[in-house]
Design a protein around this ligand. Structure first.
Ligand code: HXC
Length: 511
């Protein structure tokens, strides 16, 4: 018996070496960890249970029947815990056929996807791979298709997270693209459908892998990735932090963590956050971190469309999604990128029953041909649609400007905002004073005295929260220093909110 037990240990030991020490050393020399080292860091110590360690490919073409058969076939799969909560994980092993996807490799991922969906727990994929296993041809393509189908079925049921930690090309890109979040490691990871060589052949462009699909491109320009991290260790630890904000499924509540931050805490520095000059910016992130528990804010897409800020925080230990116009960038205007970014975030929160807190300071939608030709109408409508369909608790605080259509869009009362507050500095109007006066008193434009008087009249009448409050569009005008307390109380009151949209197969959000 002893030798049988020892034989198992030896087989496991060999399997854990993946493509062998030489390839592991090469992986380390590039500043990357191996698949198993990554899992070890991601999960609670000793919690990983591996499945299918001895699975091997069954390919026979191109000498594959005579070549190496490496156990685990280029992907390490299983489950474990993050701060005690179950998550499923698969990690591509670049040391085995470059982490490429074979038929059996795909079956291992599918098994984990099926288990995650059946058992309602998040799934995290760690990517570092060269696409379809070239020697397997169509069997690999079929494998990808099966993985994609499972991504779609799981969407909105369990959180799906992708972390790109090396090459991610060809068939490998579309599974992450259908998950909720994509994160990348700077300088060692890249994502593209077709690589630099194919680009050169087809379009004659000369471009490096980093320029084509590195973290800097995808976190800023394309917005494919939600954040970039400096190295494997930082990225994996941040995934643990993110999981702590998320519910395990759409039928679970987000976990509640102990907090030492008093929900009734006043912050008098907020009374001077909004400058006297309405054209002067301020940093809305200061407001966010002063309102949420212990200033802990996990920002999503921080480097893209910076005129809107989205991310997760907690109030009284429970997760909230924060959406905030950022006056520091383009005066917080809504444009195509900001609308798409916030719409996707709002929809994620709604899928997973995460209440949404919205801080509003928005001068309107961005004018111009670039925006109109780019489809601002359709993209702006995404955010409007997302807020309007959301049934989770929605608490809104207007700190300064809420002008025009953007007022309606940003979780207004008219889109079923549950509790809508305004600071005394709020200005809720069709537009700013200058634009308004120049239109309705066009005949007085040459007379500066008259224009000044008209502007003052407009400001006094409309640039305040009170016209909206008179109509009940604002539930209460609140003191800035008490914002945390008022938002926390509103969320507590809304904890058992029940609201259902009419039955439908699915909606038709303007894509
Ligand atoms: C089989 C592969 C492989 C693949 C890499 N390897 N990619 N084996 N199928 N797709 C193997 C290599 O033979 C090598 O084996 C080892 O992995 C490491 O690869 P290197 O090239 O030495 O590494 P590196 O220089 O770092 O380059 C990494 C790479 C490159 C950029 C990913 O390997 C590459 O371009 N691979 C091919 C990418 C590709 O065209 N994939 C198919 C995409 S089409 P040894 O034994 O030497 O260690 C696709 C269609 C699916 O995916 C569409 C579905 C919708």
């Amino acid at each position: 018996m002893k030798h049988i037990i020892e034989a198992l240990d030896q087989r496991r030991e060999a399997a854990r070496l993946g493509g062998g020490q030489k390839r592991i050393d090469a992986q380390h020399a590039r500043g990357k960890l191996t698949a198993r080292e990554r899992i070890e860091l991601l999960l609670d110590h000793g919690s990983f249970e591996e499945f299918d360690m001895f699975v091997q490919h069954r390919a026979t073409d191109f000498g594959m029947d005579k070549g190496e058969k490496i156990p685990a076939d280029g992907v390490v799969t299983g489950w474990g815990t993050i701060n005690g909560r179950t998550v499923y994980v698969f990690a591509k092993d670049f040391t085995v056929f470059g982490g490429s996807l074979s038929e059996t490799h795909a079956q291992k991922i599918m098994k984990i996807q099926d288990m995650a969906l059946k058992n309602r727990a998040p799934i995290i994929g760690l990517f570092d791979a060269g696409g379809a296993r070239i020697q397997e041809g169509v069997a690999a393509l079929g494998g990808y298709g099966e993985v994609f189908q499972r991504n779609v079925l799981a969407s909105g049921v369990i959180p799906q997270i992708s972390l790109i930690m090396g090459p991610c090309a060809g068939g490998d890109v579309y599974s992450p693209a259908m998950t909720d979040f994509i994160f990348m490691v700077r300088d060692t990871s890249y994502m593209f459908v077709t690589g630099p060589d194919v680009v050169k052949t087809v379009t004659n462009e000369t471009v490096t892998a980093e320029e084509l699909g590195g973290a800097s491109v995808h976190t800023t320009k394309s917005s494919i990735a939600d954040r970039g991290y400096d190295n494997d260790v930082e990225a994996l630890l941040q995934m643990r932090r993110l999981i702590d904000f998320l519910p395990s499924s759409n039928t679970d509540e987000a976990p509640e963590w102990p907090t030492f931050d008093d929900a009734e805490r006043y912050d008098h520095s907020l009374d001077t956050l909004v400058p006297d000059n309405p054209n002067k910016p301020y940093d809305v992130k200061e407001l966010i971190t002063k309102v949420v528990d212990e200033g802990d804010f996990f920002e999503i897409q921080e480097a893209h469309a910076k005129n809107i800020v989205v991310g997760f925080g907690r109030m009284e230990g429970r997760t909230v999604g924060i959406v905030a116009n950022q006056p520091m960038v383009l005066a917080g205007v809504l444009d195509i990128d900001a609308s798409r970014k916030a719409a996707r975030f709002v929809r994620f929160c709604d899928c997973f029953s995460i209440p949404i807190v919205t801080f509003v300071d928005v001068p309107g939608f961005l004018p111009g041909t670039a925006q109109e030709y780019g489809g601002l109408i359709k993209h702006g409508a995404k955010l409007l649609f997302a807020y309007a369909e959301a049934t989770v608790p929605k608490v809104t605080v207007i700190t300064r400007k809420a002008f025009g259509g953007a007022y309606d869009v940003m979780a207004s009362k008219h889109l079923r905002g549950d509790v809508n507050y305004a600071w005394p500095s709020a200005q809720i109007a069709v537009m700013g004073a200058k634009g308004a006066v120049e239109i309705i008193f066009r005949q007085d434009i040459g007379d500066s005295e008259k224009i000044a008087a008209r502007t003052k009249e407009y400001e006094d009448r409309f640039l305040s929260p009170f016209v909206a409050a008179e109509r009940g569009y604002i539930d209460e005008v609140i003191q800035p220093y008490g914002t945390r307390k008022r938002v926390a109380r509103a969320l507590a009151m809304l904890r058992h909110k029940e609201l259902e949209n009419p039955w439908k197969k699915h909606d038709n959000i303007p894509l």
